[in-house]
Structures are given as C-alpha cells and as structure tokens.
Ligand binder design. Sequence first.
Ligand code: ADP
Ligand code: GN1
Ligand code: MG
Length: 364
Amino acid sequence: MPQNLFAIAQQFNLEGNPARIKPFGSGHINDTFKVTTAGADRPDYILQRINDTVFPDVAGLMNNMARVTRHIRHKLEEADEKDIDRRVLTLIPGRDGALFYKDAQGGYWRMLLFIPGGKTYDIVNSPEKAYQGGRAFGRFQALLSDFPPPPLKETIPDFHNLEKRLQTFERTVQADPVKRAGRVKEEIEMIRRRADEMSVLHRLVLAGKIPRRITHNDTKFNNILFDADDRVLCILDLDTVMPGFVHFDFGDAIRTCANTGAEDEKDLTKVSMDIKLFEAYARGFLEETGSFLLPLEIEYLAFSAKLFAYAQALRFLTDYIDGDHYYKIHFPDHNLQRTRAQLKLLQSMEEQYEDMKQIIKKMR
Ligand code: ADP
Ligand code: GN1
Ligand code: MG
C-alpha cells in the first residue's frame, strides 16, 4: 500500500489519534483497514479504499449509503432499540464534512465507526446461525420497505442481470484475451447447458411479475456482523444496496451460508449444500418478510439459491478467462478454483432441489 494511511486517516473527523492501521477482513473488492486509536476510551475505525473501477460513481454510492444508514438508524430509534451504534453502520465524515476523501493519486476513501466485539463467518456451521442470518437480511429488507424517494442510485448497473452477465461471458470466451478458454471447456459447457433454465427469473422480471424492492445485493454471510454470543449486530457492506429483487438477497446468502465448504474450496468433496442450513436461513428470512412478499416471490426462493451459485460460477469463470481483473485473487488459478467450487455447490443444490422447494412450500 503506497499511500500514507495515517495521513489519509487524518482527513476524517476522528476522536483520538490513530496508533495502528492494519489490513482487515476478507472482502474481494475494496481495501479494508482497521484503525486502532490510542486510548481505551476512544473508538476505533474502519478505513476503506473504495474500488472505483467496480463502483465508478463513488459520490452516488456514498450518498446511497448515507441515506440508507440514516433511514435504518431512525427506525431503530423509533423502536427504542439499545446500542444503536453497533446495530447500524456509522459513517464518519471528512474534516470538510464530505462523505469521502479523494487522495492525490485519485483514490477514494471512506471511514466508518468500528463496531467492537463483532465477528463474521466465512463458513456457517450451525442452523441457529443460519436462522439468525436469515432474520437479519429479512429484517434489513423490511426496514427498507418504506424507504422514501428519490430512488437509490444503481451503484453497479445490471449487477444481477443474468442476460447481461451471459453476454459478457460469451464475449469474453470469444475474445479469450489470455488464452485460458481452452483449459476450461468443461466449465464453459456446464454454464452454457444451464443458461436457458437459469434465465427463468429474469424473464419473470421482464414480464413485470416480480416487484422491485430495495435489496442489499451482496448477502454473503460474512457481510453479517455477529456479537460474542452469536446474535446479529449489524449488516455490513452497503455498497450495493439499491433497487433489486428479493431473490438476490435470498439466493446469494444461501450460496455462502448453506455451503459445507469454503467459497473457494479446493477439495470438492467438502463442498455441498446442507439442507438444514437452507431450511434455517429460509425460516428466519420468511419470518421477517413473509407478511409482505407475494406468493410468486416466495415460490422462486428455492430457485434463487441455484441461480446465485450458477451466477457466481459464471462471474468467477468470466473473470478467470478475462485474466483476473475484477476479484482479488490470492494465487494464480484462484478464480478457477472458485468457479469449480461454485459449480459443485450448484450440482449439490440440483440434487436436492425438490426437497428445497417442499421446504419453502411448507413455510408459505
Ligand atoms: P468488502 O466490500 O471488501 O467485502 P466490507 O465492507 O464487507 O468490505 O468489509 C470487510 C470486512 O471488514 C467485513 O467482513 C468485516 O469483518 C469488517 N468490517 C467492515 N465494517 C466494519 C465495521 N464497521 N465494524 C467492524 N468490522 C467491520
Ligand atoms: C464480492 O465485496 P465482497 O467480497 O463482499 C462481490 C459479490 C460477490 C462476492 C463473491 C461488488 O463481494 O457480488 O458475490 O465478491 N461484490 C461485488 O465472493 O462485485
Ligand atoms: Mg464484504
């Protein structure tokens, strides 16, 4: 990291003096640091460099984030909740009052209050955690169900538009810029074979049958912060909160929360969908959203789990063939390993699909 992180931290309105600044978390997009301040009575902070290749409209994104956190905070205050600074993200403005800081090299930075005593899970090992996670993302959606106009900015246009993702994939396979397509024929075939079936939801959306809501759009399980007793504190990573469909928040969470292996597991025998974790997440999610979701939305929840394992495999594979420009990688074939793990997860879901549908049907 070439920049002087201390100088950047000083651009924000902090209480106390930064003593240490260290990389933090395991996100694939932004650069995240924990800022530890001197003195036990001073809060710590999270400093993030926003990936402006992925999010070109940083001002729009930060404005979304400010509006969303303000709305949720207001709701929590109305409900007389305790400990609100740990239940919703708090943005720390720059010294000039701005929501972000642009450094001399053109990098964009933001600061958040660090929520103490929290932990995140990359892998979920108990139905209770999955249930709490389902409730948390369900409640997040419920809290935003009366979000006032104007609409939030689309921070990544067509983020979960499968048709567009498939077009980009085919273009990338054709261009084959780093000559990798020949090595992944089998994976390309697995994607192509399912393209039509996976487009069902997109067609319902185009037909206007599924209502647009405000969704989180990146409901990876490690975007939920738990406390020491495994109760949910807060939803993190609000960069992609924007208009979307309920299936985005259900499907993407199942992909991470019900997977018995890691998202990038090398040993594919460890990767499968645990139906008990699926059931638990669904129960929690529907407890919070069942009263306002339409029957057609609920009917496609089980499908959305398959769709998001598929779409994630498609995205990882596209990035692999393209030469690894989008996701951070930690070794040369990382995106390929991720692709294979997601495809294995998808196959496990396909085997259990009838049971998944039955579980949702019983909850209606
Ligand atoms: P990315 O978009 O790169 O995934 P996140 O916003 O999810 O970045 O942050 C990465 C990690 O940093 C999270 O998984 C979480 O562990 C931690 N984190 C983020 N914000 C906070 C916060 N306000 N308080 C405590 N930990 C946080
Ligand atoms: C990215 O930022 P992070 O690591 O929470 C990605 C998600 C993917 C995820 C796969 C903006 O999420 O869409 O599902 O990686 N975020 C963006 O791990 O593309
Ligand atoms: Mg994250």
